[in-house]
Design a protein around this ligand. Structure first.
Ligand code: ATP
Ligand code: MG
Length: 243
């Protein structure tokens, strides 16, 4: 994917959350955003997803400009698969319905087709036996896999994941990370926020560190994670690798 962010700024009230954020990649398949809490990672990802508008700046995906107006955003949002922090499943629907209903109601699949697709995807993630359970009856890892299954059910070219393993224990984390690594092998494009540096290293083509609303450093994972230039990156890494 070709991705270009031209000078995004974003404020919430008086707080400037993104400041002149620029990114440019001619061919990136897996961009990982890292950085300290409150740095603006989720905000940037939500703007890329079309869930939030920048105050200024532009986004181009494969040379196509994303138009931040309601009607255009509707289409944009439908074209990307998103998994955001914690669980955004519909609590009153079963795992199966969480996948099949959006396919039917939002993406225009027939009921039969939507159900078949949902079953296939649940099967792939070893969740078929849990298809009838509501989110509250699933474990954290299962819930997160259902959320990922739903995101990929629309066969998006671009997937946006915000800390897909937060709130999971190490075993479930490994499970979810395996699924993501597999999707990457399939050639899907990702922008992903993670606090797991090992995972970032293994899955990223490019890593960008966002702190205080700015891109502090951006480059190949080995360079950023093993040989950072910036003092901010060094400090961030030494803190998070300490524990
Ligand atoms: N809807 C909002 N209204 C007001 N302030 C917001 C809103 N969303 C985010 N912020 C503020 O913007 C800043 C950046 O938040 P953001 O969620 O992008 O950070 P983050 O890098 O994802 O942090 P974390 O690693 O903790 O998830 C924070 O100071 C946050 O309080
Ligand atoms: Mg966040």
């Amino acid at each position: 994917m070709k991705l270009r962010v031209e000078s995004f700024t974003k404020s919430f009230g008086a707080q400037r959350v993104l400041q002149d954020v620029k990114l440019e990649f001619d061919d990136v398949h897996s961009l990982v955003l890292i950085g300290p809490s409150g740095g603006g990672k989720s905000t940037l990802l939500r703007i890329i997803a079309g869930l939030e508008r920048p105050d200024s700046g532009n986004l181009f995906l494969n040379d196509k400009k994303v138009i931040y107006q309601e009607r255009e955003l509707l289409f944009h949002r439908r074209s990307v698969g998103t998994v955001f922090q914690a669980y955004n499943l519909f609590p009153h629907l079963s795992a199966l319905q969480n996948i099949s209903l959006p396919l039917e109601k939002v993406h225009g699949h027939s009921r039969v087709e939507a159900k078949r697709t949902a079953k296939e995807i649940l099967d792939r993630f070893q969740l078929l036996e849990h298809a009838g359970k509501s989110p509250a009856q699933l474990s954290g890892g299962q819930r997160q896999r259902v959320a990922i299954a739903r995101a990929i059910s629309i066969r998006p070219k671009l997937l946006l994941f915000d800390e897909p393993t937060s709130a999971l224990d190490p075993e479930m984390t490994a499970e979810v990370l395996d699924v993501i690594a597999e999707l990457r092998q399939e050639g899907r494009d990702f922008v992903l926020v993670t606090h797991q540096m090992g995972f970032a290293r293994s899955v990223a083509d490019q890593v960008a560190l966002l702190s205080g609303g700015r891109i502090v450093e951006c480059g190949q994972p080995q360079q950023i994670l093993e040989n950072p230039n910036s003092a901010v990156t060094k400090q961030f890494l030494s803190r998070i690798l300490k524990y």
